[in-house]
Design a protein around this ligand. Sequence first.
Ligand SMILES: [Zn+2]
Length: 159
Amino acid sequence: MVGKLARWLRLLGFNVSYYSKIEDGKLIKLAEEENRIILTRDHELINKARKRECLSHRILLIESEHWEEQVEQVLDHFHLRDEINPNSRCLVCNTQLKILPKARAKNLVPPFVYKQADTFALCPVCGRVFWKGSHFLDMDKKLRRFLTSAGSSSNSSRS
Ligand SMILES: [Zn+2]
């Protein structure tokens, strides 16, 4: 229910673990151990997590079914807009990416990508290479929207 939200939060640079199928008890234990915030659309999970003192302020019921509104809700609720660091985290395994000099990317990406893209990043854990190129312009547009969105009042003073 929040898979796309998780992916987008990673894209914005946040440390996100995602489980589509996990027992509530296990998830709550993990959240406690790893000091995480629980984002869910599951009322039952919220009620269970509220009973845990250390989690009671670190849970958020995601209201919308639409991922863009979900992202907005999370950014606003936890005042995260200043901490957005796009394209800094692996979308697959959540590891912090390392900048990859263009010359070193040559043998790791298809030739047309190498030609078109200028910025490359490598995941040191799973080995995936990410790049910024013309294909991602639409994604970039959405990213900018989150960066500049006037959705929160705390944001208006910065514009
Ligand atoms: Zn990775």
